[in-house]
Design a protein around this ligand. Sequence first.
Ligand SMILES: Nc1nc2c(c(=O)[nH]1)N=C([C@H](O)[C@H](O)COP(=O)(O)OP(=O)(O)OP(=O)(O)O)CN2
Length: 165
Amino acid sequence: MSITVMRQVRFCAGHRLLNHEGKCANLHGHNYIVEFHVTGNDVDELGRVVDFAVINKLFKGWIDENWDHGFILWDQDDNAINALEQVTPNRIYQLPYNPTAENMARYLMREIGPRLIETIKGYDLKLSKVVVWETEKSSATVTCDVSRESADARLQFTNATRSFN
Ligand SMILES: Nc1nc2c(c(=O)[nH]1)N=C([C@H](O)[C@H](O)COP(=O)(O)OP(=O)(O)OP(=O)(O)O)CN2
């Protein structure tokens, strides 16, 4: 049996999609919501897979330090990076691919999640799903098969409607 808990982290950031066919090639921003789904095989003596506050501290901490109120850009986007570096102060986070919702979810799942999760001592936990909501209408979901040892994430893209509270 496995049990999954989820914590949302909200932040705002700017980006653009290099070579996008339409308006998303322009610098623009979003109020993002990221869902971090954490799966365990048991609960502790209080009945928790892990305390929600622990997930929040780890993942909101990383987002606040790296993505919140910054620009998230493809590291090949020299034009935007050079322009934004002229602004003082600036916060630019370079990804190895375009900052789509899909790629941001993939980056959190593959590059950031595993090393944050392993700092939670005394629990056997996996980051099983990351959902990046770019708008209230559009999201991307990355799931990881927690029953397999492989850290390879299986990408699943979804479009759904939901309300931001
Ligand atoms: N599969 C993806 N498609 C798009 C992404 C993405 O991350 N994954 N991102 C964008 C842009 O960042 C854009 O800001 C959002 O585009 P779009 O939904 O077209 O714009 P709006 O939310 O403003 O929708 P309106 O209907 O125009 O109000 C594009 N595509």
